[in-house]
Design a protein. Structure first.
Length: 727
């Protein structure tokens, strides 16, 4: 039975957690611990011996991770300093954070002075009222200043975090955009991208890291200053060392107890774990629950008169399972609750009474010191408690910082992912005007297999297409037609043979120049989640703001008429990338913001409207794709495109639209070289200078329409089969 690895509802994966390597084998007792929890078998990875068992202290791995990530931290600092108007905010934020970290020590000094005033009053029976007022005002001023500094830090952090988020969102966007097709499709690269950009949509990885590091530094300053001040304040107080030691040890017990409690709680799952149940009665119970709960089963359930049988079967299974049945999270929570008792929790409560006992003994021996001793006790207990949790937070932060720095390292590493298709060095073309008269394409014994595939997509393919010629590749689906076009665009590199563009090896040409000279419409084209205007404009980004050319491209592609009929015309989104939010709308509300309301969400809570936009027919979608191609290759007078590639451009068009498209293409292409792939043998093949008939990844026949019909081979046979449908 496969292992079920659920995640607790509402639980989020810790930011920056590293993904382990190797395998997780539940049968490997040396690496995996097995525990039976009710009907569930729980498996967790055994923790390494290198991990420190002191509560709140990060493992050695965290310190090593921080060391590995230091160069990236320095790089991040330099990047932050390069952001306009950001460096000053950083300095102010750091200054405020450090000053705020000193406030507890200053406040402690004032408390010590108040203690001195009490001691002096006992010894001399006098009080320096001016000094008392100054100390009291200073003590209260610390509280007010701390609040003001916290407000200032919050005020500064808002614009600072926004600028960091914006900068690194662009960084992550570019890191993804630069990847070529085979690299982007690699599952390992996809995992790396996912790990590096877990919060890609406006996340604050850099800000979280920056604020966490500054917070850790300020915490260290806080600890150092407070320890120094506490030692200075209490150095002359009786039993201060003993009281401080007892109070600090109480904090240690709190650490241990809290850590044990967290370890036994539902939320503190091990980093690697899995759970499954092999209890057939429990499994059957869950199946029977679904039978009576899922609406799809109700018809067969009622018609089959299954009520009595299912109830009896469920009752018998429940009796056999007994008290061990239950949801995994519920059973585990109950199991952890029974294991909450520990030595630390037993000692914690009585240990709290020790400072009071020491104070009582001191008071019995020296009654005159009761006021001072009581003040010292309160000061020590308050400071020790605050100090203990500050230290705990500091070491706990160190582990979080290590995870956060690992995320920063991954964020920078993705920029260095090498593309599988290396860029060439030769500019292309040498003469922009000449390339408009067509490009020569030649395949020499080309063979290719897609990544992770054992089957050849192309085998020993050779042909030559001269400038200005029209070539049509025909054949059944899967014969290799689309692969030819992808290799010409150099989305992939050939494994055997070579492809020549105007006599040059395609691998030597600069990729940007090559793709600027070629326009392609793929069979599996997609429309971007942008407006129709942007979808067409992206055919030629250099003219993306030229509305006249966009409309002309739509007209030539046969799309202008139906675009104008849409409510928002060229500004229509076919798939709106941003959702609307609403809650508690009256059921009479049919539309909102010009879009239909979806009442699928739960009433009374915030609902999410997906807003899929306007749906178009397959033919209309294909016309939009053709319009984008025209925008790149035909509309612009300064276009440097010399080769047009069309992969099944009429697959979703009706016969009239197909005829109009092919006629328009022949009329508008000028002297450009054009290559079509199609499984239809339409009127386009009559005008082709070269027809390539492909079957099973090879070119079986090549020639003109008349030559191939005269040859009487596979092309002629399929042509006649299709022609008979119209006779």
């Amino acid at each position: 039975m496969p292992l079920l690895v659920p995640r607790a509802p509402g639980k989020r994966k810790r930011q920056g957690r590293r993904t382990g390597t190797g395998t997780f084998d539940p049968e490997d007792a040396s690496r995996v611990k097995h525990t039976r929890i009710g009907v569930w078998d729980f498996y967790e990875e055994r923790q390494p011996i290198l991990g420190w068992n002191i509560p709140g202290v990060a493992t050695l791995e965290h310190y090593l991770e921080v060391t590995r990530s230091l160069p990236y931290v320095w790089r991040m600092i330099k990047d932050i300093s390069s952001i306009p108007n950001c460096w000053l905010l950083v300095l102010i934020y750091v200054f405020v954070e450090l000053v705020q970290s000193l406030i507890p020590a200053v406040s402690l000094w004032y408390s010590g002075q108040l203690l001195t005033i009490v001691q002096t009053a006992i010894d001399t029976r006098t009080v320096d009222q001016d000094f008392l007022v100054r100390i009291s005002v200073g003590r209260m001023g610390c509280a007010v200043l701390g609040r003001l500094l916290n407000h200032a830090k919050t005020t500064i952090s808002y614009p600072l975090s926004k600028r960091l988020k914006q900068y690194y969102t662009v960084h992550l966007f570019h890191a993804r955009a630069r990847l070529d097709l085979p690299t982007f499709e690699d599952p390992a690269v996809q995992r790396q991208l996912e790990e590096a950009s877990q919060s890609f949509s406006g996340s604050g990885v850099a800000w979280d890291t920056f604020s966490m590091v500054i917070s850790a530094v300020s915490t260290a300053v806080h600890i150092t200053s407070e320890v120094s001040m506490l030692a200075a304040v209490l150095k002359d107080q009786p039993d201060s060392t003993l009281l401080a030691a007892i109070s600090l040890s109480q904090s240690v017990l709190d650490w241990v107890s809290k850590t044990k409690s967290m370890d036994r709680g539902q939320g503190a799952m091990p980093s690697v774990w899995a759970a499954t149940t092999r209890n057939q009665d429990f499994i059957r119970m869950q199946g029977l629950k679904r039978v009576i709960s899922v609406p799809d089963h109700r018809k067969e359930f009622v018609a089959g008169n299954l009520e009595e049988y299912c109830t009896s079967a469920f009752k018998e299974a429940a009796q056999r399972v007994g008290d061990e049945a239950g949801d995994f999270w519920e059973i585990r929570r109950e199991w952890k609750g029974r294991r909450n008792l520990s030595l630390a929790s037993l000692l914690k409560e009585p240990w709290k009474e020790l400072p009071q006992i020491v104070f009582t003994l001191r008071a019995v021996q020296y009654p005159a010191t009761i006021p001072v001793s009581l003040a010292s006790l309160n000061l020590i207990q308050h400071t020790a408690s605050s100090f203990g949790w500050t230290v705990y937070r500091f070491f706990d932060q160190f582990g979080s910082i290590a995870d956060q720095l690992a995320t920063v390292r991954k964020m920078y590493d993705i920029v260095n992912i090498p593309n599988r298709v290396p860029d060439g060095t030769v500019p292309f073309p040498e003469d922009t005007q000449k390339v408009k008269s067509g490009i020569t394409v030649e395949f020499k014994n080309v063979s290719y297999r897609y990544p992770d595939s054992e089957n050849w997509a192309l085998r020993n393919v050779s042909f030559k297409l001269l400038p200005g010629q029209l070539c049509v590749i025909v054949g059944a689906n899967g014969s290799g037609k689309s692969t030819v076009l992808k290799l010409i665009m150099r989305l992939y590199d050939v494994e055997e043979g070579e492809i020549l563009i105007d006599g040059r090896d395609i691998r030597t040409l600069q990729l940007a120049d090559l793709r600027q000279s070629v326009s392609v419409l793929f069979q599996d084209y997609t429309h971007f989640p942008l407006s129709i205007r942007d979808n067409i404009a992206l055919g030629n980004p250099s003219h993306a703001s030229d509305d006249d050319q966009i409309r002309l491209a739509a007209r030539l592609g046969g799309a202008e008429e139906f675009i104008e009929r849409l409510p928002e015309g060229f500004d229509t989104y076919l798939e709106r990338p941003v959702s609307d939010y609403y809650s508690g709308l009256p059921e009479g509300t049919k539309t909102l913001f010009g879009k239909p309301v979806d009442y699928g969400g739960i009433r009374g809570v915030a609902s999410l409207q997906s807003n899929t936009g306007h749906s178009l027919s397959g033919g209309q979608m294909q016309r939009l794709a053709v319009a984008r191609t025209f925008m790149r290759s035909i509309v612009s007078v300064d276009s440097s495109v010399g080769l047009l590639l069309f992969d099944e451009p009429s697959a979703s068009l009706d016969p009239t639209a197909e005829h109009d498209l092919f006629t328009r293409l022949r009329q508008l292409r000028g002297d450009k070289t054009m290559l079509f792939s199609s499984h239809r043998f339409g009127n386009l093949t009559r005008h082709a200078d070269l027809i390539l008939y492909m079957n099973d990844s090879v070119i079986e026949e090549a020639g003109t329409h008349a030559e191939l019909l005269a040859h009487g081979g596979s092309y002629a046979r399929i042509w006649n089969l299709q022609a008979q449908a119209f006779i």
